[in-house]
Design a protein around this ligand. Structure first.
Ligand SMILES: NC(=O)c1ccc[n+]([C@@H]2O[C@H](COP(=O)([O-])OP(=O)(O)OC[C@H]3O[C@@H](n4cnc5c(N)ncnc54)[C@H](O)[C@@H]3O)[C@@H](O)[C@H]2O)c1
Length: 336
């Protein structure tokens, strides 16, 4: 096989704005068929990205032997039905985040991937930002020594009104920060402490029946990592003025490294030793989403495993649920 033929399920906001342009531009990927419940979304995607076939029922895509992979770009409530069906139909699966709402659902999805031997990749886009890639290289080369402490911040400009649609800020934007913390430190989160706005002493936010808890807009968490690094992670869902969308500080025993969001003037700087001469490495730049989707396609074609694994996706869900439990109980929770 020299070309991956793709069916896309769900062509809403994130599909059109982030995923489909870079996949459309890849020479070894072909957007063959689209499924969406909304006819106007289907026909717009056909015009914009050249899909030959469009369906209301996603199962028409799974029935086709000429399609190798699906991209599931719907919301989280569709995953436990569509992902196992696609894997069992012999398709590789690329799915949007959050991976699942419960630990049980996350394990169920990962087991389906392991059982079928097909790829299941959760879309952790922050891994592929040039500054994340550059930071990973600096840490891998040991340039700042043994990592002692990390401070990471993820913010987005949604508002509480959006919470009902997306089931809370930690599941929405926090998922990315948690994945990047694991990706950069190459350590697992073993213990979690958390405070979140719905559980403040005088907070009285309504219960969202879909998840049986209120939705959070601010969360502050502490993680103990498996390699002994301590992490503090701030998640703020009511960002204003574009400030601090993705910001991280890494402190090692031989140096420090700062990552800022692309809107900041310096995206990645580090220093070695105590003197404080800051080095700004050249970062490899790609069109938005290129590296992310190229990695998925290359993994299928070359039988490599550079993309996020199902275990990475399960880990984010377990850490998030440990954080909810920590915020509700006030206790330190060991990640199950
Ligand atoms: N930065 C990011 O990584 C990022 C940003 C935005 C959204 N997201 C995530 O992407 C997912 C989708 O978000 P969105 O904003 O694009 O949502 P959306 O509602 O705009 O799009 C979802 C699409 O899926 C379609 N759909 C739903 N059920 C379907 C089914 N059974 N069969 C076929 N089509 C179906 C809907 O008709 C809709 O067009 C969410 O999980 C969200 O959290 C991630």
């Amino acid at each position: 096989m020299d070309r991956v033929r793709i069916g896309v399920i769900g062509v809403g906001n994130i599909a059109r704005n982030y995923h489909l342009p870079p996949v459309h531009a890849l020479p070894n990927a072909e957007l063959v068929a689209v499924a969406d419940l909304d006819e106007s979304f289907r026909s717009r995607a056909q015009k914009q990205f050249g899909f030959r076939d469009a369906y209301t029922d996603y199962r028409r895509i799974l029935d086709r032997d000429d399609i190798h992979a699906i991209m599931l770009l719907t919301r989280v409530n569709t995953r436990t039905e569509i992902i196992p069906a696609a894997l069992e139909a012999g398709k590789h699966v690329f799915t949007q985040k959050p991976f699942a709402l419960t630990n049980e659902d996350a394990e169920f999805l990962a087991q389906a991937a392991n059982r079928t031997g097909n790829r299941l990749v959760c879309s952790f886009m922050h891994r592929y930002f040039p500054h994340t890639q550059g930071a990973r290289q600096i840490l891998k080369e040991g340039k700042i020594g043994r990592l002692e402490m990390v401070r990471h911040r993820n913010c987005i400009g949604s508002h509480y009104d959006n919470a009902v649609r997306l089931w809370g800020g930690v599941l929405d934007i926090g998922t990315h920060g948690i994945d990047v913390i694991r990706y950069l430190t190459e350590q697992d989160v073993v213990k979690v402490q958390a405070m979140m706005d719905p559980y403040l002493t005088n907070a009285n936010l309504p219960i969202d029946p879909a998840i049986n808890r209120p939705n959070e807009t601010v969360a502050i968490m502490n993680f103990e990592m498996s390699g002994g690094t301590l992490v503090t992670f701030e998640m703020h869902w009511t960002q204003r003025g574009g400030a601090g969308g993705y910001y991280a500080e890494h402190y090692g025993d031989e140096g420090s490294m700062f990552i800022k969001h692309p809107i900041a003037p310096a995206t990645l700087i580090y220093t070695q030793g105590r003197k404080g001469d800051w080095i700004q490495p050249d970062l490899e730049q790609h069109p938005k989403g290129h590296l992310h989707h190229k990695t998925f396609i290359d993994d299928i074609l070359n039988n490599t495993c550079e993309s996020a694994t199902p275990e990475d996706a399960v880990a984010t869900v377990k850490i998030i649920n440990a954080a909810y439990e920590a915020a509700q109980t006030g206790k330190t929770i060991t990640v199950g």
